[in-house]
Design a protein around this ligand. Structure first.
Ligand code: CA
Length: 226
C-alpha cells in the first residue's frame, strides 16, 4: 500500500531531496512550502503522515500542528526541528506531534521514524471494513469479495477503490485522482484513471456499463456512491 505523505518544508533543496527519497521508498508525496499551504492541504486532503518543519514562513510548524489537531485530525505528525531548539520539541509534542527529528538528520533515521509512525497509526477507514451491495472490502487484509467470492484487484485498483470509498459522495477530478493515487502532477495521463475505473467496474458492478457505485460525473470526474 502506497501511503500518502505531506511534506511541509520551506527550504526548496531539502524539500526536493526529501521528496525524491520518499518517492523512491514508494510513498506518494505531496508538498507545501509554507505553513498556510501546509495547513490547508493537511486539513483538506487525506494523508497517512505529515512531515512538518517548525521554522516556516507565515505560520510556523507549531501553529500548523496545533491547527491540525484542533481540526480533529489524528494524522501522525513528524516534526523537523533545528538543532538546539529543545523548547520547540517539547511544545510540539505537547501540541500533538508524534515524533521529531533534529536537523541536520540522517535520512535513514528519518525513514525509520516514518515507518514506525505509519505502523503505529490506525487505518484511516473505521473498522477497516466497507460494504456496498454484494461487495465487501477489507482494508486491512486488502481483500475484496463479491457475493462471498474473492475478487482479484491489482494493487493500484485497490488503492483507487480505497481512495474513492474514503471520499464517498464527493466528486473527484481525474487530475486529483492521478495526483493522490498515482502521485502524478499535471494531470496529463488522465486515460490512466479511466482505464482503471473501467476495470474496477468490470469487477465490481452488476452492470459495468450502467455503474451503480462508481459513477461518472460528466465533465468533472468520478464519484463513489455507497
Ligand atoms: Ca525551515
Amino acid at each position: 500500500m502506497n501511503e500518502n505523505i505531506l511534506l511541509v518544508e520551506d527550504e526548496e533543496a531539502l524539500r526536493m531531496t526529501l521528496r525524491d527519497r520518499l518517492q523512491s521508498e514508494g510513498y506518494v508525496v505531496d508538498l507545501a512550502a509554507d505553513g498556510e499551504q501546509g495547513y490547508e492541504k493537511a486539513t483538506r486532503l487525506p494523508f497517512d503522515l505529515i512531515i512538518l518543519d517548525i521554522m516556516l514562513p507565515h505560520c510556523n510548524g507549531l501553529d500548523v500542528c496545533r491547527g491540525i489537531r484542533l481540526a480533529g485530525l489524528a494524522t501522525p505528525i513528524l516534526l523537523l526541528t533545528a538543532r538546539g531548539q529543545t523548547v520547540d520539541k517539547v511544545v510540539g509534542l505537547k501540541l500533538g506531534a508524534d515524533d521529531y527529528v533534529t536537523k541536520p538528520f540522517d535520512t535513514m533515521e528519518l525513514m525509520a521514524r516514518i515507518e514506525v509512525l505509519l505502523r503505529r497509526s490506525a487505518p484511516r477507514t473505521s473498522q477497516g471494513l466497507h460494504k456496498f451491495g454484494s461487495i465487501r472490502v477489507d482494508f486491512r487484509a486488502t481483500q475484496v469479495t463479491r457475493n462471498g467470492e474473492l475478487v482479484y484487484l491489482t494493487a493500484r485498483e485497490f488503492q483507487l477503490l480505497r481512495y474513492l470509498i474514503e471520499r464517498s459522495g464527493t466528486t473527484l477530478s481525474r487530475a486529483e485522482i492521478l495526483r493522490e493515487v498515482w502521485g502524478y502532477e499535471g494531470g496529463t495521463f488522465s486515460r490512466t484513471v479511466d482505464v482503471h475505473v473501467a476495470s474496477l467496474r468490470q469487477k465490481l458492478e452488476e452492470l459495468p456499463k450502467k455503474p451503480r457505485w462508481i459513477v461518472t460525473v460528466p465533465g468533472l470526474g468520478y464519484r463513489f456512491q455507497g
